[in-house]
Design a protein around this ligand. Structure first.
Ligand code: GUN
Length: 279
């Protein structure tokens, strides 16, 4: 029997727990969300983040710009960094090409970096220091734990080497004693490599790339992809229907990783305020 890793339900549970915790805090956490440009998908993601934040009792302030210069955006981030009432700052990616994304992400106060994209926080993850962790990989780990608590000794393959998903994902699996291989677009014999995986995380960005014969019997499969097909339907990077029976556990798309990314953003925002209060 395959376990369906229902991110929609798990995220709901996480949000309910966060809402309870927020009630016990001395004030509501505050999240600043910055969106630049007119990418429709980013606009939907930011809208969903704001809505979810409000529902659990996080105050959310959105800054939307059709266009903004690098220096104006840096000035806004400096202002939000200095504002003691702001606990978390999120800049939705990708930024328009005329902006220097690395410089923008580095300008965010690491203590307010609820996305975990600041080099200091990525470095802390690497050396095993506590730090905000990127939301998608953090959510993936919670989904994996629905299937299995102790991951020690398992072989994990992560397809995708982005800073947002692949790299932090590999670190989190390594921290839990998996033997981790990172695969990417230049990896040779990808299907063969995937067949060695007890845990397979697909963050490829191409619909239904992972086929049934890539899957080891009894694997845990986490599908980070969100692709829109010509018929308007969403699908993941894994050929879900074909792979389902071979997996011990698999995430669907939609209602898998996506809702968990947002729930982990809320968790990171609450944790940012909690760290501040405990100082
Ligand atoms: N773009 C795609 N995923 C993310 C994310 O998790 N955070 C931000 N800020 N931008 C993204």
């Amino acid at each position: 029997m395959t376990l369906l890793l229902n991110g929609f339900e798990l995220a709901k549970q996480c949000r309910a727990e966060l809402a309870e915790k927020i009630k016990s805090l001395s004030r509501a956490p505050k999240l600043a969300v910055i969106l630049v440009g007119n990418d429709p998908a980013s606009a939907v993601y930011v809208g969903n983040k704001e809505k979810a934040a409000k529902e659990v009792g996080i105050e959310s302030v959105a800054y939307r710009f059709e266009e903004i210069s690098q220096s104006e955006l840096l000035a806004l981030i400096a202002r939000l960094n200095a504002d003691n009432g702001v606990d978390g700052i999120l800049v939705q990616l990708p930024l328009p090409r005329d902006l220097n994304e690395k410089e923008i992400l580095q300008a965010i106060d690491p203590a307010k970096d609820v996305d975990g994209f600041h080099p200091l926080n990525l470095g802390k993850l690497l050396i095993g220091e506590p730090a905000p962790v990127a939301c998608t990989p953090k959510g993936c780990m919670k989904l994996i734990h629905l299937a299995k608590q102790d991951l020690t000794g398992l072989r994990a393959v992560v397809i995708g080497r982005s800073v947002i998903v692949g790299k932090p994902m590999a670190q989190l699996l390594l921290k839990e004693n998996c033997t981790v291989t990172m695969a990417h677009s230049k990896t040779e014999n990808l299907p063969e490599l995937c067949r060695t995986a007890d845990i397979l995380v697909a963050a490829i960005g191409k619909p239904k790339t992972v086929k049934a014969d890539w899957i080891k019997n009894g694997a845990i499969v986490i599908d980070v992809g969100i692709n829109r097909l010509e018929n308007g339907k969403l699908c993941g990077d894994v050929d879900f229907d074909a792979c389902f029976d071979k997996c011990a556990a698999i995430t669907p798309v939609p209602k898998g990783v996506g809702p968990m990314t947002i729930a982990m953003l809320l968790e990171n925002t609450v944790e940012a305020l909690e760290r501040k209060i405990s100082l």
